[in-house]
Design a protein around this ligand. Structure first.
Ligand code: SAM
Length: 471
């Protein structure tokens, strides 16, 4: 079997896939990858690979078809049963122990392929009697896989890991296929998300109690892994869990995870002592060539304006450098960067103490009061967090994200009516912005996404009160 590309255009196409999806093709997979590209070309009725490359590069042809051809989408229900045992026995009880006021559970299957993994979670949740208070999200880069996931109809092969009793209980057999019961199907939402290039955390991908991202990162360029690890970490709720697959790269050194070595492999948690991780979301990750060989050193970049340099250092996760670069810059924005970097390196407690000093210097900074609220809620000091976020809103009532955060804290405190009001304020403000506009003080959240997140939270508060009323 050939290990190289037969024409440079194939290599260039693979490079585009690396840059836009993080995919990497080891020499051993190149012949298969070429065959996949040829199939996509045949569907587009194009025979010349250079012409196909030109169309992909100019956007005349979307990458979707190529991505569907070139991603490995093998999956099945309850794949790696030890993980599901862990979820039943440890993850769910742990998350419930930490929940105050009956707040909902949030689970995410990242790289869900045709949905089997996300639906397996939904079955576990249904069996645990937690369906009404749990939201489950499945995301993938393959739109074809997402269509299959939403269709929720599977062949025998997808059910090879499932007990006959579960099949009997949750599937309807018709014409040789198995249709998942509607009550499980409706528990899972599926969305497109490119783990390598999209911005997250960002509604609906935020505050997850459990992320299960298995057998995905192993196909991605090692150079995009650290940034994905930081984003996954930032997407976890405090104390949330992340499970990866046995062949996925280890993430313990890439973000401040607590790594747990269990019978079912490595698991990660966002330890509460380290608190929130702030991320700077500045668009796609650096483009990633296909072969990973040491190249010439990059040309030196011209010196940047100090605050811009600090922002860039923050985006690269260089927390100590952020501290150095901002130490001589006055102003609330530098202080905010400094404190967020400190939270990421030393934890929320240390950062909150340092922020008290900054607030004395910048008492009229809405952004610092808002940051204070975020740190306080990470430390479980919700009562104080409400005051901090209200101070931020007193100084700048237009901060949609701050209204949203106020809503979620009030919801946790059981102040349902006030929470609803805060969420509605967030929606009114976000609605006024173009849907794709990133919101001020967010971690990449866009206006349209906040509107959706508000709808989900209002629906959840509605269900919760009805349940309380009928109890
Ligand atoms: C082998 S499947 C894993 C399915 C499931 N997680 C499991 O373990 O059974 C890998 C999935 O990762 C998806 N994927 C690959 N690159 C991705 C990216 N950059 N962003 C999101 N999903 C990606 C593929 O489309 C595919 O559906």
């Amino acid at each position: 079997m050939t290990e190289g590309w037969t024409q440079s255009a194939f290599e260039a196409l693979a490079r585009v896939l690396g840059a836009r999806a993080g995919l990497v093709f080891a020499p051993i997979r190149r012949a298969d990858a070429e065959a996949g590209i040829r199939r996509a070309m045949a569907r587009a009725r194009i025979t010349d690979v250079d012409h196909y490359l030109a169309l992909v590069e100019t956007g005349a042809i979307t990458l979707d078809d190529l991505i569907d051809e070139l991603t490995v989408r093998e999956t099945y229900f309850f794949r790696d049963p030890a993980h599901f045992d862990l979820i039943r026995r440890e993850v769910i009880p742990d998350v419930l122990r930490r929940r105050l006021g009956g707040a909902g559970l949030r689970l995410w299957s990242a790289g869900c392929a045709s949905g089997e993994e996300a639906y397996s979670l939904a079955i576990v949740i249904e069996n645990a009697g937690l369906a009404a208070r749990t939201s489950i999200l499945g995301t993938d880069i393959s739109r074809a896989a997402l269509i299959r996931a939403r269709a929720a109809t599977y062949g025998k092969w997808s059910l090879r890991g499932v007990d006959a009793e579960v099949v009997q209980r949750y599937f309807h057999h018709a014409q040789g296929r198995h249709r998942l019961d509607e009550r499980i199907v409706e528990r899972v939402a599926f969305e497109f998300l490119n783990l390598a290039c999209d911005s997250y955390p960002s509604p609906p991908v935020w505050g997850m109690d459990l992320i299960i991202c298995r057998n995905v990162l192993m196909y991605l360029d090692p150079r995009v892994i650290p940034c994905i690890a930081r984003r996954l970490h930032a997407t976890l709720a405090p104390d949330g869990w992340l499970l990866t697959g046995p062949s996925d790269p280890p993430l313990g050194d890439e973000a401040p995870f607590e790594t747990i070595v269990g019978a079912s492999g490595l698991h990660y948690r966002r330890a509460v002592a380290r608190g929130r991780v702030f991320v700077e979301l500045r668009g796609p990750l650096p483009s990633s060539p296909v072969t990973i060989e040491p190249g010439p050193s990059p040309a030196p970049t011209p010196p940047a304006e100090p605050l811009a340099e600090a922002r860039a250092a923050f985006a690269d996760g260089e927390w100590d450098r952020v501290a150095r670069l901002t130490s001589n810059i006055a102003g609330a924005e530098a202080a905010r960067l400094r404190i967020r970097a400190l939270a990421n390196s030393a934890g929320s407690e240390v950062a909150e103490r340092a922020l008290a000093h900054e607030l004395e210097l910048h008492p009229l900074s809405a952004e610092l009061h808002f940051l204070h609220a975020i740190l306080l809620q990470d430390l479980g000091r919700d009562g104080e967090a409400v005051h901090a976020v209200k101070r931020a809103l007193y100084l700048d009532a237009s901060l949609a994200i701050a209204h949203f955060v106020l809503g979620s804290i009030l919801g946790r405190l059981g102040e349902v009516e006030a929470a609803r009001r805060a969420y509605r304020n967030a929606r009114v403000l976000a609605d006024r912005r173009p849907p794709r506009e990133a919101l001020a003080l967010g971690e990449g959240e866009r206006a349209g996404e906040l509107v959706l997140a508000v709808a989900a939270e209002l629906a959840r508060l509605g269900t919760h009160t009805q349940t309380e009323a009928s109890a």
